[in-house]
Design a binder for this molecule. Structure first.
Ligand SMILES: Cc1cc2nc3c(=O)[nH]c(=O)nc-3n(C[C@H](O)[C@H](O)[C@H](O)COP(=O)(O)OP(=O)(O)OC[C@H]3O[C@@H](n4cnc5c(N)ncnc54)[C@H](O)[C@@H]3O)c2cc1C
Length: 303
């Protein structure tokens, strides 16, 4: 028995001192004190009960595709959903999905069944849980358009069903951001009865367009900054002459200026400094302060 941590749950899914690098699409970040990768609901409950009793910081993690994790890592428990998968369609186009299901997998399954509503999602490399929390979207569609409800495990270990009204969805954000509640499941209403070949072709067209314009060949986190209406962040950054600008092994992508890529061996500190540099240059040139879309996790120096 550990004096400060209470009785550790005897779970194979819980490990101390794990590097988070491989769990983010940027491929950077330090260690988590504890990492859990539960495969079933009882494991989520046991791990969370232990972490709450031990008063640990709790950080939910999906596919890590919208995160910059500090080189110093994350204290407490990181609870990652990516091994918690299942998808159940009914004939009315309603689909209930476990939080760790990859969003592109769900989008392809829907397309192959002739269900419309998720064609936009195929190029977003997150999980279903992350999509709910971020209100992920593309090509004019977003999670809020199709979500019926989300089931979350709250800090009293109660399973609570939330509707879109509870979730306060806005552009790339929801009421779940930054909290301790873990999304376990989401239900979407799609539009059934379409020709699967046509839906698959439309889905593929969206994916091909993204592949042609975004740097898929290097680790990145998608769009780094939110678009400052009526401008796009990418245009402001490009016109500030920052395409290709580099700090350490982090670089503003040549292919799309609102992406930062890890050229190999970049640190979170390199990326953080580059984000700060881009903000400063764009503000000096355009008097617009770009707001990050990427979430920072852990400690970063004040720049
Ligand atoms: C190449 C590329 C392209 C992208 N294109 C787009 C795009 O077109 N549109 C778009 O919207 N995004 C895009 N993104 C960003 C990213 O994929 C989305 O924000 C996605 O929804 C994040 O999901 P995730 O599972 O990776 O979440 P993570 O990055 O792991 O986490 C994001 C936030 O959600 C929280 N979270 C994750 N899962 C849960 C859960 N189960 N319960 C509670 N909290 C949770 C985390 O704590 C964190 O605060 C792109 C990223 C990449 C790398």
């Amino acid at each position: 028995m550990n004096q400060t941590l209470g009785i550790l749950p005897n779970l194979a899914c819980l490990k101390p001192q794990v590097s988070l690098q491989a769990l983010t699409t940027f491929r950077v970040g330090g260690l988590s004190d504890w990492l859990a990768l539960p495969r079933r609901q009882s494991e989520f409950e046991a791990v969370l009960a232990w972490a709450i009793a031990a008063d640990l910081q709790i950080t939910p993690l999906g596919a890590g595709s919208n995160l910059l994790i500090s080189d110093r890592g994350i204290p407490g428990l990181v609870i990652c959903t990516r091994r918690w998968r299942s998808t159940e369609f009914d004939d009315s186009g309603r689909v209930t999905v476990a939080a760790g299901e990859p969003l592109p997998t769900l989008a392809w399954k829907a397309a192959k069944r002739g269900c419309r509503g998720l064609e936009w999602a195929v190029g977003i490399p997150g999980t279903v849980g992350g999509a709910v929390v971020m209100n992920a979207g593309a090509h004019g569609g977003c999670t809020a358009d199709v979500l019926v409800s989300a089931t979350v495990l709250d800090s009293n270990l109660d399973l609570v069903q939330l509707t879109p009204a509870d979730l306060n969805f806005q552009y790339r954000t929801s009421a779940l951001q930054g909290g301790r509640r873990v999304v376990l499941e989401a239900t979407f209403q799609l539009e059934p009865g379409h020709d699967p070949e046509v839906v698959v072709a439309d889905t593929l067209a969206g994916l091909n367009q993204r592949r042609a314009t975004q740097p898929y060949d290097r680790p990145n986190c998608g769009s780094v900054f939110r678009n400052p209406y009526p401008h796009t962040a990418g245009t402001l950054i490009e016109q500030a002459g920052l395409k290709g600008y580099r700090i350490g092994n982090a670089q503003v992508a040549e292919r799309h200026a609102n992406f930062i890529v890890n050229l190999g061996g970049a640190t979170a500190t390199d990326i953080h400094r580059l984000i700060h540099h881009v903000q400063g240059e764009v503000e000096a040139r355009w008097a617009v302060k770009l707001q990050p879309e990427v979430k920072f996790m852990g400690e970063f120096p004040n720049l």
